[in-house]
Design a protein around this ligand. Structure first.
Ligand SMILES: [Zn+2]
Length: 234
């Protein structure tokens, strides 16, 4: 009897570990979610690449816009609703410069184990702030920290919204120099790649400085920069 209990106990633990690690993988996966379209990269032979910039807008926006203008490339900005509310002029400047705006939630909270009402509010309030910038193009969604589980994918699927992830992340979770960011990007970009950079805060100086060399390096390799919605047409 005691032995049977022990076996049952061990099985329960094994099952719990399996379910937990499965949920963990799904939460962080860049290629799978329970519902709706998720795009980490577009499958194409065309040498097209999309640069995406997460977070903000902040007062560093003008410097980023200047770097993009000098490089002559478009970008897609995944903006945070409550930061747009604080810096509406920066959001307008991004829209006026002709870049694409995306939804990165209202509060940048983890969109995991959240209810349907929270998801709706996080997405719709951010859409409303994006609309105030004058931007009228398509608005794709990137979950904060790339994490999603059930309610967010369900909501996005129901509203026919695309979740956009990335396949090249040269400055995520590490202190990289500009050279390292450029080198990793040039080494990893493939046709249809989506590059993620963080240049909006003071910690993003190396990434900001990498924009020009990345644009030059990829152009030299025959790549053309497009926005996310243009990339999705491939
Ligand atoms: Zn973010």
């Amino acid at each position: 009897m005691r032995r049977r209990l022990l076996i049952a106990g061990v099985l329960a633990v094994v099952l719990l570990v399996a379910v937990t690690s499965g949920l963990y993988l799904v939460m962080n996966s860049r290629t799978f979610q329970v519902a709706g379209r998720i795009v980490p990269r577009v499958d194409t032979d065309q040498k097209v690449v999309a640069l995406t910039l997460d977070d903000g807008p902040s007062e560093r926006t003008p410097e980023i816009l200047k770097a993009l203008a000098e490089a002559g490339i478009p970008a897609t900005f995944y903006l945070i609703g409550n930061e747009l509310a604080v810096h509406p002029e920066q959001g307008r400047a991004i829209a006026e410069a002709g870049h694409e705006l995306g939804n990165h939630s209202y509060s940048h909270r983890r969109m995991v184990l959240v209810g349907d009402d929270t998801v709706r509010e996080e997405i719709e309030r951010t859409d409303a702030e994006i609309a105030k910038t004058g931007y009228q193009g398509p608005i794709t969604v990137r979950p904060p920290n790339g994490k999603k589980l059930l309610a967010l994918p369900r909501y996005l699927s129901r509203h026919d919204r695309t979740t956009v992830m990335w396949d090249v992340e040269p400055d995520s979770g590490k202190q990289a120099t500009t050279d390292q960011i450029v080198d990793e990007t040039l080494a990893k970009v493939r046709p249809g790649s989506i590059v993620l950079l963080h240049a909006m805060y003071s910690s993003g100086a190396a990434s900001l400085a990498a924009i020009g060399p990345i644009a030059a390096g990829l152009r030299a390799r025959g790549y053309r920069f497009v926005t996310i919605s243009q990339l999705l047409l491939n």
